[in-house]
Design a protein around this ligand. Sequence first.
Ligand code: NAP
Length: 550
Amino acid sequence: MKKEAKTDLDALIVGAGVAGLFMLYRLRSRGFKARVYEAGGDVGGTWYWNRYPGARCDTESVQYSYQFSEELQQDWEWSERYASQPEILRYVEHVAERFDLRRDVVFNTRIVSAVFDEEASRWVVETDGGERISATFCVMATGCLSSPNFPAFEGLDGFDGPVFHTGLWPHEKVDFSGKRVGVIGTGSSAMQSIPIIAREADDVFVFQRTAHFAVPAHNGPINEERVREVKANYPQIRARAKRSATGFDQTFGEKEALKVSEEEREREFEKRWAHGGLPFLSAFTDLRYSEEANRMAGEFVRNKIREIVKDPETAELLCPTTVIGCKRLCVITEYFEAYNRPNVHLVDVSESPIERITPEGVVTGGRVYDIDMLILATGFDAMTGTLLRIDIRGRGGRTLQDKWKEGPRTYLGLMTAGFPNMFTITGPGSPSVLTNMQTSIDHHVEWIGACLVYLRENGMKSIEASMEAEDAWVAHNNEETAKTIRYKCTSWYLGANIPGKPRVFMPYIAGFDVYSKKCAQIVAAGYEGFRLIPRETDPVDTLVGHSGDS
Ligand code: NAP
């Protein structure tokens, strides 16, 4: 028999990463009783799981940080321009400690189902330990890249050596010395780890199916003058980031690549290459729309690869042929240089896919590559994978799996019709992964926090996206995507990395600035497109929240 559900919560939050912790803080500060359930053994989310060598953020550390506490942003000292995984994890742990968040987090506990009880207007959530918890609201802070993708390689289980996925890296140091290491994949995780592994291993065999675009990070110790300047101007920096399309405080090119001279174009690309990082894609306004402009940016990067990589054949294999920005742009440190080492071997599997894994190694093109250790840098079932692994049932017992079988459908990436009082932080249909995640997380958490206060103050027991508003939002998303060329490759943005997954471009592409304005207008119009249902007569059972402080 199922255990009786505990009913003491206003909000149950799934995930104790950057988003879930802030959601807990915000709901607490607004007088709600909230608790987080986390599958991992501690806080950190992405930064807890992705401990592979070389893991670091591709957003500058001073911008990859919380903004809800002025004291926190003044006190915390980053050591590098782009913080490493251990440093970011220390930061998240510090936040958990400083704001006493862990007392409301249940660790080592996976949520396996969430069922909406229509009569009580509450979510009944079940853990992998069989515990049932009931809460008025359920907030999915499950992350966009949290379900590792394990391709179905025949024979993988029979491999003689250890197999690691970059997204589920062990807590102990992995020793590569004297080893022949195989790495499958050449996305961000592979590009960050390969140069580090190559320093230690005897040999590294990189199995590349598609060459990915990458620009240098130019990482290094943080510039103290810059830190002083940032700390003195944090409010302005955060405000500029919120007004930008990417959620970053950065410079955006205002000209079209096709309308400037070749010299000016090259100068701008060079300037951005020298600066480093994702702002490379903002060099010109037409890189997202014009195949020709995009090809010019791509050719600039290809020429850089040809300059760096000494062996011309290897260099050509490393030159991507896709639209730049179509797959997520990688931000690297000495990745292409690694191929100048005699112990790094690029294996092209674009024409002859990996056939199988034998106890000795990887078979492709009729050859066995003998290795001692295999690393799967094969990415994630992005944006929907983690949500769809939970048995979520809304009105009428309809499952989310059924509702999203042809791709995710949401209103603003915050809610999905038929699933009242359930929110997704940085869900599909919101700018999320196309932006500075911290800006998008901050925005969603504040939006949800304010929404719950509004419901409480206006005597509402539930909120739900209307089907009409959701349909219109999905159509708008598709129209905005179709204006660009960023859906024209096999990217995880599109679900194309997972066999059988519907091909729908999942993040909202029109920009964080446009998006957040729409969200604000919708609130100002009394939560337009949402259905708000008033509390019944007995306020005790359905009371939303407790005290009313802010
Ligand atoms: P990813 O970008 O999805 O790359 C996965 C790689 O595995 C691709 O090269 C893919 O090839 C390859 N692959 C998958 N299945 C394969 C198969 N059956 N045979 C051969 N190759 C296969 O994953 P990721 O590198 O983990 O990065 C995911 C995202 O996480 C990034 O795009 C980024 O948003 C985030 N991330 C960020 C950072 C950072 O900034 N700091 C670091 C790591 C990750 P194809 O390209 O041909 O599909």
